[in-house]
Design a protein around this ligand. Structure first.
Ligand code: 5GP
Length: 118
């Protein structure tokens, strides 16, 4: 799938749409989900143009992969979720219901989340 430069997260990265960063560095941006499904619901995205985890895992540099992983862990700790725990989720493609075609990790927590696959 070709990367769509007009997807909403690309526009957020270009600051065409305002965003309040929860965390940002040269490689990643983290911000609150506009429609939270948990008391804490943060989206962590790479700044590189990757459609999904599939694209990212295949084409991102080792540095980008490390930075993304470190950022997810840092945001979880900064949000105070280290002890209580949290859920990471990334939708890939049509069967997952992925809405935004820019790779993102959902970080959810702040309350018991229930089983994912009930
Ligand atoms: P997906 O289904 O692609 O895994 O999840 C996309 C997520 O992006 C959804 O949880 C949705 O609420 C969130 N989202 C969509 N548009 C915006 C937006 O403009 N701003 C923010 N902060 N979140 C958005």
């Amino acid at each position: 799938m070709k990367y769509d430069r007009e997807n909403i997260f690309a526009r957020i990265l270009r600051r065409e749409i305002p965003v309040q960063p929860i965390y940002e560095n040269d490689y990643v941006l983290a911000f609150a989900d506009i429609s939270p499904k948990a008391p804490v619901h943060v989206l962590i995205i790479p700044k590189g143009a990757y459609v999904s985890f599939d694209d990212f895992s295949l084409n991102a540099s080792a540095t980008e992969i490390v930075e993304m992983t470190r950022a997810v862990g840092k945001v979880a700790r900064d949000m105070g979720l280290q002890e209580s725990g949290y859920r990471l989720l990334s939708n890939v493609g049509p069967d997952s219901g992925q809405e935004v075609p820019h790779y993102h990790v959902h970080l959810c927590g702040g309350a018991p989340l229930g089983p994912l696959l009930a």
